[in-house]
Design a protein around this ligand. Structure first.
Ligand SMILES: [Zn+2]
Length: 414
């Protein structure tokens, strides 16, 4: 028997965990922590543990491998609970994010990880797993094609078609046709704004804001390379110098393997503010920090001529600037999921000067419809959505709505 259990993700965005198994082999795809954890100051991984046998430390492993689609916590966040005997397959970029970048961050120090790099495809038992890069708000995102008992299952992970790497998602629908099952994310299904905003559209908006006389502090994730490039290009077009932190310099360095056209700290119109935080300390321990010295700038230099600069925000520099420049003259450009503003943060007394400028890491409905139409899956299974019942109206194929933990038979006995 070949089966599928979505342990979490049939009714929520994030916390995904998908088991696919046959008689001989059990595999898990993604092992994420629910998004509500991002709104809490303290939690333990144990609180989010799922009742899955043979997966955790101190028990006999029943799983042959875990595959991660990308390095967002709602897809990998529980891997610290895994039995280190079980290999975790990721692509090279995700491997580098998990092993080089994330250890710099607080609470992200997963030890004992049995990570392995998947080069395009791998066979585990009699199951073949291929990995396809897709466009998402973090580099290294991929979808998986799983060939099991002569049938094909595609798991989309998170994807979109409006970022700078949109062509990667388009490649997936060209290369994989008529799978028996497509397990597809539907993050945006409940959203009313469905006008497609591309990264290139955002660039125009940044240019407009950078031309205004308000001093811009941009809050965004350094791991979101598309956004970095968008803001950097807007800086070049407006003659501004982009002041980034050592963490961002390091992320760019790790991403430099993707292409030679990825900006680095020593490029034109980039300066570095040495934020005095835990990340800089860790970068100093390895001497990495000092390699950015040639581009160092102080807060004094910035506030003396604020019209010259665009700041990549972080807790340290934001506070120093708030103390030196009057609030009325600052524009905080929030370029992340706006849900983060719902939790207590350093922005609480600055909500009146925040401009939200963001585009989703997830495909809009229109693009998902085109995706399904071209790939033509025989069956479509909703995941990573709060609106699985909408799949029936939106997609013209057989829809299988599952519940978390439901053991669903994909194919009866071979
Ligand atoms: Zn994601």
């Amino acid at each position: 028997m070949t089966g599928l259990i979505i342990h979490r993700g049939t009714n929520e965005i994030g916390g995904s965990a998908v088991e696919i198994y046959n008689k001989e082999t059990k595999l898990l795809f993604d092992f994420g922590i629910p998004l509500d954890s991002a709104l809490r100051n303290y939690y333990s991984l144990e609180e989010y543990k799922l009742p899955i046998k043979g997966l955790y430390k101190n028990e006999e492993p029943e799983f042959s491998a875990v595959f991660l689609t990308h390095a967002h916590p709602d897809h990998f966040g529980l891997m610290g609970l895994l039995n280190p005997k079980i290999p975790i397959y990721v692509n090279k970029i995700t491997y580098d994010i998990l092993t080089k970048i994330n250890p710099l961050l607080p609470n992200r120090d997963d030890e004992d990880l049995n990570l392995k790099i998947i080069n395009d495809e791998v066979n585990i038992g009699n199951i073949n797993i291929k990995s396809y890069n897709v466009d998402h708000s973090i580099s290294g995102a991929c979808a998986h094609e799983i060939q099991i008992d002569n049938k094909v299952i595609v798991y989309s992970g998170d994807l979109r078609f409006h970022g700078r790497a949109f062509w990667q998602s388009s490649n997936l629908k060209r290369k994989v046709k008529n799978p028996d099952y497509l397990i597809m994310e539907g993050t945006t299904l409940g959203r009313s704004e469905q006008n497609i905003v591309k990264e290139t559209d955002l660039e125009e908006e940044f240019v407009k804001l950078f031309k205004s006389d308000k001093f811009p502090i941009v809050e965004f994730s350094a791991q979101n390379l598309d956004r970095f490039i968008t803001i950097y290009r807007a800086c070049l077009r407006t003659g501004k110098i982009f002041v980034i932190d050592p963490y961002t310099c390091y992320v760019l360095e790790v991403y430099s393997q993707i292409s030679k056209s990825i900006p680095q700290f020593n490029w034109n119109n980039i300066m570095v503010y040495f934020a005095n935080n835990g990340i800089s300390e860790k970068l100093a321990e390895t001497k990495k920090l000092y390699t950015y010295k040639s581009k160092k700038i102080s807060v004094e230099e910035i506030v003396d001529n604020p019209q010259k600069y665009v700041i990549k925000g972080n807790g340290i520099i934001d506070e120093k600037i708030f103390n030196r420049i009057h609030k009325d003259k600052i524009n905080i450009i929030f370029s992340m999921w706006k849900g983060y503003l719902d939790r207590p943060s350093r922005f609480d007394s600055y909500k009146d000067i925040i401009t939200i400028l963001h585009t989703s890491g997830h495909a809009y409905i229109n693009d998902l419809q085109k995706f399904v139409k071209e790939m033509k899956p025989k069956n479509l299974i909703p995941i990573h959505t709060e609106y699985k019942e909408k799949y029936r109206e939106l997609f013209n194929t057989n829809i299988i709505e599952l519940q978390d933990g439901q053991d669903f038979v994909l194919f009866p006995e071979r």
